[in-house]
Design a protein around this ligand. Structure first.
Ligand code: BES
Ligand code: MN
Ligand code: ZN
Length: 497
């Protein structure tokens, strides 16, 4: 996709289609006025007749408009003026891209009224446009045997109007937005794959492929013997029931002027979670192929950092395994020793995410990191608490938590902070080991975080529980690509944007 900005002269812009926003109130937006003049008042007449009500999500394609250089006009609804903000703007742009994708239109100029500058500045204007175009054109990498449809015709997008210094900022936003959408695609493609394809070894191969294409990225993969050498007893406990071998994946990116202390991103890479001996109910169990979404987001974030050559030092750690029942599988009541040396009583084998993560978090210490952020589809309790709208953000450092929450707001990929005070940790008491791996029904998302907190003392650490946001079930089943946009914004901001 080619992206650029435009500054003036909409009526004489050469494109297959111009996209203009229309409010429900029906009066012409500032961007639409020159078009209306050039077409002899056609737009105003159309709106006056009520042919396009301007409701959010609706579009109307008008072919062969006399008086314009562009051959078509696409109206997209902005909703009411009062409710117009970034959300309605996003919806207007994505609806337009969906409509364009049903045609063979190849080049388009966006002239959609923007929310106020404080809601969407020139940089984020560019970023939102490129992100939405990329995300809307995303097609699931399905394995259907029917012949694939044609690839999207759309290949050139110009967005505006932006003027002066704003054009530079918007172009930068377009570049970053393109990278964010590409990274989200990396996450979605990996997470959408079935678990018989996307195994721990497959994740390792994807990381190696990234290192091959980006010289600034180095990858080390530990196999089961290597994992044993690191004494990762909790990761080994989870993988025991499976014939599929585990992998521990280390991805290191060093950008120009990279600081010594890295940001370490840790991903839960459970390529399938049956629950183990504490077997899950069969309903929707297939969705547990998405239980590696955190690790896919780590690979996505390192893809983004390296393609944008961000001046950062980022280390990705992925603990990848399958959680299966079997004659060798761990049993409720088994006690294992973590890499950090703590003993853990596994009261529920379905609380496996925290087990693989605790060994990965311990591994992070050797990098003397500036910050550690783990990403995990960790608890159903987080889905109950926050639904599919916010990821749960829990941390032992309020500054880091606030930084992530702020990144989520800017990226429209939001997270909400939950408290992790010591009382929650007390719920993990065990009669037989240092702690149990579950803390009861109450505050389940937080006791899971408190478990991880036992392994991150002295580090600046935050945990994103993405169980509710990483994928959709039902008719639109599939990976959402979240929280890649949040992570991308966090990294881009750390890099000084
Ligand atoms: N992968 C699941 C969490 C999950 C649940 C993700 C629903 C997405 C949707 C995790 O491994 C798990 O099974 N957690 C248990 C923990 C419990 C046994 C303490 C849960 O949430 O039920
Ligand atoms: Mn589980
Ligand atoms: Zn799980």
């Amino acid at each position: 996709m080619q992206f650029d900005v435009w500054s003036k002269g909409l009526a004489t812009l050469e494109a297959d289609c111009l996209v203009v926003g229309v409010f429900e109130e029906g009066e012409l937006t500032e961007e639409a006025q020159p078009l209306d003049a050039a077409t002899g008042g056609r737009l105003a007449r159309l709106l006056a007749r009520g042919d396009f009500p301007g409701r959010s999500g609706e579009t109307l394609l008008i072919p062969d408009v006399e008086g314009l250089k562009a051959s078509r006009l696409l109206l997209t609804g902005l909703g009411t003026r009062k409710k117009f903000g970034r959300k309605a703007f996003r919806k207007a742009v994505s609806s337009a891209v969906t409509a364009l994708n049903r045609t063979r239109i190849a080049s388009v100029a966006f002239a959609v009224t923007r929310p106020s500058f404080s809601d969407l500045d020139d940089y984020y204007f560019g970023r939102v446009i490129a992100e939405i175009v990329g995300n809307t054109l995303y097609k699931v990498n399905d394995l259907k045997s029917a012949r694939k449809g044609k690839p999207p015709a759309l290949h050139t997008v110009v967005a505006g109007p932006v003027r002066g210094a704003g054009a530079t900022a918007a172009k930068r936003g377009l570049t970053h937005g393109t990278a964010v959408a590409a990274a989200a695609k990396v996450q979605r493609d990996l997470a959408n794959l079935p678990a018989n394809v996307c195994t721990p070894s497959y994740l390792a191969d994807q990381a190696k492929a990234l290192a091959k294409s980006q010289p600034s990225v180095k990858v080390t993969v530990l196999d089961e013997a290597g994992i044993r050498k690191e004494k990762m007893g909790c990761l080994l406990a989870v993988t025991r029931g499976s014939a599929e071998p585990p992998r521990f994946i280390v991805i290191e990116y060093k950008g120009p002027k990279a600081p010594k202390a890295p940001i370490v991103l840790v991903g839960k890479g459970i390529t399938f979670d049956t629950g183990g001996i504490s077997l899950k109910d069969p309903g929707a169990m297939d969705e547990m192929k998405f239980d590696m979404s955190g690790s896919a987001a780590v690979i996505a974030a390192l893809t983004l950092a390296s393609t944008l050559r961000l001046p950062l030092h980022v280390v990705g750690l992925i603990a990848a395994a399958e959680n299966m029942p079997g004659s060798r599988a761990i049993k409720p009541g088994d006690i294992v020793t973590s890499a950090a040396g703590h003993t853990v009583e596994i009261l529920n084998t379905d609380a496996e995410g925290r087990l693989v993560l605790c060994d990965a978090l311990h591994y992070a210490r050797r990098f003397e990191p500036a910050a550690v952020v783990d990403l995990a589809t960790l608890t159903g309790a987080c889905v109950v608490a926050l639904g599919a709208h916010h990821a749960g953000c829990m941390a032992n450092d309020d500054g880091l938590a606030r930084e992530l929450v702020a990144a989520g707001i800017r990226a429209d990929d939001r997270a909400w902070q939950l408290p992790v005070t010591e009382e929650y940790g007390d719920q993990l008491k065990s009669n037989f080991a240092d702690f149990a791996n579950i803390g009861g029904r109450e505050g389940g998302a937080i006791t899971a975080a408190a478990f991880l907190g036992k392994f991150t003392q002295g580090l600046k650490w935050a945990h994103l529980d993405i169980a509710g946001v990483a994928y959709l079930g039902g008719a639109n089943k599939g990976s959402t690509g979240r929280p890649t946009a949040l992570l991308a914004d966090f990294l881009i901001h750390r890099a000084g944007r």
